[in-house]
Design a binder for this molecule. Sequence first.
Ligand SMILES: *Cc1c(COP(=O)(O)O)cnc(C)c1O
Length: 445
Amino acid sequence: MPEPRAQPVTKSRNPTTPKFDDQELYNLAAKFGTPYFLIDEGVLRKNVSEIEQAYQGFKGPFRVAYSIKANFNPAVIKTFVSEGIMFDLTAANELYFLLKCGGSPENVIYTSITETLAEFESLISRGVRKIVVSSYNGLLNLIEATAKVGGQVSVLIRVNPEVHVKAELRFSLRHGKFGVPLDSMGEDSAMFMLRKILETPSLNFDGFHFHLGSQVEDPSCYSEALEKLEAFILGARRTLGEFPINTLDIGGGLPTSYGKSVPAPADFSARIMEQLSSLAESFGNKFTLIVESGRFLSADSTVMVSKIVNVKRFNENKYVYLDAGYHDLADAALLRHEYPVEVVPGGAVTQQKTVLVGRLCDSLDVFATSSRSKLGGAEVGKIVVFRGVGAYSIVLGSPFHCQPKPYVHMRDAQGRYSIVRRGQTIEELFDEEGGALPDPAESRE
Ligand SMILES: *Cc1c(COP(=O)(O)O)cnc(C)c1O
């Protein structure tokens, strides 16, 4: 096993925020209303190549997998389909979206939390062949599904390396909602499940998967997880004999810059490249390395544009009211993190502290801002641009306060703008909430 290495110099990544023309932002607002989201297709593509370049030095096949849950807008999915990358799915309904967008089941790596028989049957019958299991019960369901539907399935085990992860969202804690432990022998352990997979004819053991968390800012977490995994594999080979490792999937978690600098994909790969190469060598076969990403791939491609609809001065504060709220940016509200925010066009900063608040009747509906945000010149009628909102925001939107889903626009590589999700009308929202159903008294079940 390689010696622990000194931390490489961090290249650190600053925001690659797309540059949208101010006038264009106002034009879209005038034509289609606010708030709205605007995605830059070019940034989505650039992010794919940034990860691919970071792992160029890996001595085996390498694949990027987009975690569709971060943003499942069909235009985003189609962009990634055309990049030829893989897709990390966690729900059978996500497969529906992917296939509708021209994606292929061969490019899917499927990690389920629920792991039900019906789910596995539906996946296998639609051609998914790479499935990650995370519990013994789930493995038994998968075996039953292959018996019913037929066909060979490649299986990875999701392990929980139980490393201490410095991240906004941690998935590798000891409590273990995700994955199975490396150091236990019960049914829900990597060892027990590996043995079961190796003795099941309808399954091909494919490799290991772990996912440490989201917005992970410390590359050494991956190195620690790989060390634990390597030790496990060596031990398992002594017990079970040789078994192939075709895939090693080190999960997601690459951080995006929310206005402050974070390590780049190249900083992560630099930290673990030697370890990966030595793993590939000591296991005698060149496994495919998969890096998953939702947040890094999608976040900085997108801005949300909102309009200032009211202003109030109260003691030392200037309250600036937007027509958006935390129902549009639930991820930020959940994590209490700050998106870089900018009043457009900007103006002089006043003595009074600017407090940016949303439209909801909820005292929590206040946007986190710091000196990184540019709030000077905030006046009624101007727009406010939230940057880096492409991941876990559009997909978490809710109609709280009878607010219809906002428009989503995209600027393509040629600079053309198009609607990639129509804004909902208030009539549609009413109907979808049950307004179009007959009166309950006339339609008892
Ligand atoms: C959510 C998720 C990811 C993506 O995480 P990011 O932080 O968005 O990169 C990757 N793998 C799995 C299994 C996930 O559940």
